[in-house]
Design a protein around this ligand. Sequence first.
Ligand code: SF4
Length: 391
Amino acid sequence: MATYSHSRISTFEQCKLKFKYKYIDKIETDIKQTVEAFLGNLVHRTLQKLYSDLKFQKLNSKDDLIQLFNDLWKKEWSDEILIVREGLTQDNFIKMGEKFISDYYEHYKPFDEMKILGLETTDMMTLSDDSKYHVRIDKLGCVGTTYFIADYKTNSTMKDQAEADSDRQLAMYSIWVKNKYSDVSKVVLKWHMLAFDKEVTSERTDEELKKLQDETVVKIKVIETCADFSPKVSALCDWCEFKQLCPKWKHLYELEEKKPEQFREDDGVKLADEYAHLRTEEGEIKEKIEALKDKIFAFADFKGVDRVFGTDQKVTIWRKECDKFPKTTDYNYQAFVEMIKKLGLWNEFSRIDTFKLEKSFESKEFHGEIQEILSRFAKKEKIKRIYMGKK
Ligand code: SF4
């Protein structure tokens, strides 16, 4: 069984194909990392240096730390690092890093808010299904029997309380802390939101932690048994190092390499343009047909006829007063269903919503026996559809 971590599970939740590229196929790409990840890494290492030197009674000055951050940046920067946000350069990110370090330094000096027990931990814990889970705590400390699991965040969006209270990453680490230290009376999860010079904290009960561990074990099982690694497009694709390989974006990348005349001659561009053109025409024709139908009805009513004759074709008007029963959206639909059941008509006139059932089955919403029984009736079929949308 593979070892798991918060980022491994999060990648699977974000996009199964990205997970496959990264953890199963282990593909190396030219894009080593994004500038945000690079910045985050250097800020973490700078703050780690601050606390690890303090263990030896050495207090670095703010300028020393900013200098260290800049030296690391110069030494490790590479042009393969991806800057996604338009109009920004590495200088913007260097200034951000300097400000994060400077604000943190001023806020927490002389850095005695807790006794430090661990920095950038690399421990492993065993979950209830025997799988191994990485424990990567940026700063672990305590004040008496209260333990703190602190995480440095360089995100440009502020974490709110609801997000902190539902966070999996630090909460999972608190299971490890509670098992490791026998005197723990309380574990506080703390996020240093460096871009805002603010902290967000949260706590979990033992019941919540048990539930979280159970859910994580189920998630790991889903990952281990996954057979369909479909891509999931989202705003995060712009930060995905596999975008050039991904079937959702590969053609666009190929086009970006082409000159304008080559772009126009690309078979894919021609096909997509023709399809879009025909679908637009189709929409316009449908609108015209509806308007024409109204005119034909009006003509037939005025003339008192049921057939209108053209040169080669005739148009027949069908009129009938029909009985309509409640639809699913009508207020009396449930009462109607109950009545149909009572009348013994349900088996003959009801239909299974196979579309909804297939979706729930596919996303494994049914557990255990139900999923297994349904799988005996499910048959794999390849389906192809085309959707249109703006680039
Ligand atoms: S580009 Fe988007 S859809 Fe493609 S693998 Fe990456 S995250 Fe998934």
